[in-house]
Design a protein around this ligand. Structure first.
Ligand code: KG4
Ligand code: ZN
Length: 373
């Protein structure tokens, strides 16, 4: 089965071709630089960028995977089109041997920014309609849940569900922090989520207080490598709370007050590194402790993690240490699949079709506030 998947829920425009669990192509166009100027994602700008980038990104994904047939000409440029590599002529596109045909089309249905979601979702429905193929609307977080089962085998990314085992899955991004019990494939239950800020939001907002550019998470990760995580003692919200819920706004407020009282600290480069390491340590300790505790309580033997914050090296290291200590198998999403991508959307769509989950109606609408059950 060959599937075209599109993702446009936030600030990444992405298209992927998935076939038999293999990711034949995965193209992501990130808007981070555009939104950095505003210190966060601007929904209207995001939607316009998706509109501009969706066709070039999709064409590239089709070309790289050698997908094509006469009726896909709806996606080809008129004589001269553009890709991110610059203008391409129709001749050049046609010279590529195209030997695969699409069997289904998938797209993120929610949650996400409404105007951003609309771009990929409606385009995917239109392609499915034109090709008369099944359409699958995917829950973005459900796709994150299964992304840790995709790993690099040689030069390809391949999903392996033969080794699937029940797990507790941590999804940590700029918009969400979730702990989910995945009992079997396509069968899950949310254990807890954040009551206010997401973990990535905490990285970004505390970084902003320190004068770091948006998104501050990767920069805090880099600076923290040479900082002392024990230099400053910040709160670990809900660490000992019996629930699987999170709360990060108190940590952010505590950093704000601390910097208000000690403004000179920011003039010292080593103090900034220590601050980054100390904030990161607080976030990571909460995430790791609560994930391991949920895994023990639910008697699973496996822990998985995905979402942008899973790129964080301290989080990866501490999850590895804790899982080794407690005897859990650990599956971390590959770095390139932690942030938003259409490959995970395509992989989940394929699993759904293989498990005979009914296709999504072509008249269905986006669900910006769709909550994972
Ligand atoms: O999943 P993602 O690309 O987008 C959504 O929010 O859906 O995640 C982006 C978030 C941002 O908050 C960013 O600061 C954070 O992931 N992030 C990191 C790292 N890389 C990305 N946070 C900490 N350390 C990192 N290395
Ligand atoms: Zn995401």
């Amino acid at each position: 089965m060959t599937i075209l998947a599109l993702e446009s829920s936030c600030d990444e425009t992405s298209a992927a071709i998935v076939r038999g669990g293999r990711i034949l192509s995965s193209v992501v166009s990130s808007q981070i630089k555009l939104h950095a100027e505003y210190g966060g994602v601007v929904p209207e700008l995001a939607a316009r960028e998706h509109l501009k980038n969706l066709l070039p990104v999709t064409r590239t994904a089709l070309r790289l995977a050698k997908v094509g047939r006469a009726d896909l000409s709806i996606l080809r440029p008129n004589k001269i089109g553009t890709t991110e590599d610059g203008p391409v002529s129709q001749d050049a596109e046609q010279r590529v041997p195209a030997d695969l045909e699409l069997d289904a089309v998938a797209a993120t249905q929610g949650p996400g920014l409404p105007t951003a979601l609309l771009v990929g979702f409606k385009a995917a429905q239109a392609v499915a309609f034109a090709l008369r193929k099944p359409f699958v609307g995917i829950h973005h977080h459900e796709a994150h849940l299964y992304s840790p089962w995709i790993s690099r085998g040689g030069d390809a990314l391949v999903a392996d569900f033969t080794s699937f085992q029940p797990n507790v899955s941590l999804i940590v991004s700029g918009g969400h922090t979730l702990l989910v019990l995945v009992e079997s494939e396509l069968n899950h239950r949310v254990l807890g989520s954040t009551m206010d800020d997401a973990a990535g939001e905490c990285f970004d907002k505390t970084g902003k207080l320190m004068g770091l550019a948006y998104p501050a998470g990767p920069e805090i990760d880099r600076l923290a490598e040479q900082g002392n995580p024990g230099a400053f003692d910040f709160p670990r919200p809900l660490l000992h709370d019996a629930s699987d819920d999170f709360s990060f706004s108190g940590l952010k407020t505590s950093v704000r007050y601390f910097l208000r009282e000690n403004p000179k600290l920011l003039d010292d480069a080593q103090c900034v590194r220590d601050l980054c390491a100390s904030i990161q340590a607080a976030i990571v300790e909460v995430l790791v402790t609560k994930t391991i505790r949920a895994a023990k309580r639910n008697r699973v033997r496996c822990v998985t993690a995905s979402g942008g914050v899973t790129c964080n090296r301290a989080l990866r290291r501490e999850l590895e240490n804790a899982c080794k200590r407690e005897g859990f198998a650990l599956r971390l999403a590959e770095d390139e699949l932690c942030t938003d991508n259409a490959a995970m959307i395509g992989i989940l769509a394929e699993r759904k079709l293989l498990h005979k989950v009914p296709a999504t109606d072509l008249d269905s609408e986006i669900q910006p506030g769709w909550v994972l059950a």
